[in-house]
Write a protein that binds this ligand. Sequence first.
Ligand code: HEM
Length: 123
Amino acid sequence: STPRATGSLYAQFGETAGLSALVDSLLERFADDPRIAPKFANTNIPRFRRLFVEHLCVILDGPCTYTGDDMREVHTGLDISEAQFNAVVEHLIDAMQAQDIPQTAQNRLIARLAPMRKDIIYH
Ligand code: HEM
């Protein structure tokens, strides 16, 4: 479905189909980025893809259930720097831009992800 500037936040991201396309675009950007790709060397990518879509869906108030682990647990020991966190956010913005997600909807997602920073960076 095509993202539109009206409807719920989840609808503005094109619902599950839109989120799946967004995450595919994000994964391509990660694979091409030497700051990010090595972190995913031992990751089951189809599983990550499914869980990341679920997680975004919940954050966007969509009708989904997140079945993965909590953010702090998942990222513990991955040694993720602030620069790597920022790089991921930039790739997300580029991916949303490429999918024509309305700007206000983009801003709302970023605002909801920002507080997770402390659970993801180094620990
Ligand atoms: C707000 C930012 C982020 C969010 C919302 C997020 C979300 C997620 C989610 C939902 C999963 C799957 C959870 C699970 O396996 O149970 C995951 C896994 C993962 N994330 Fe993140 N993440 C973020 C930032 C980052 C950053 C900056 C990096 C590294 C540069 C990163 C690296 C990873 C890796 C490597 C995995 C897979 C771990 C494994 O294979 O078990 N994440 N993330």
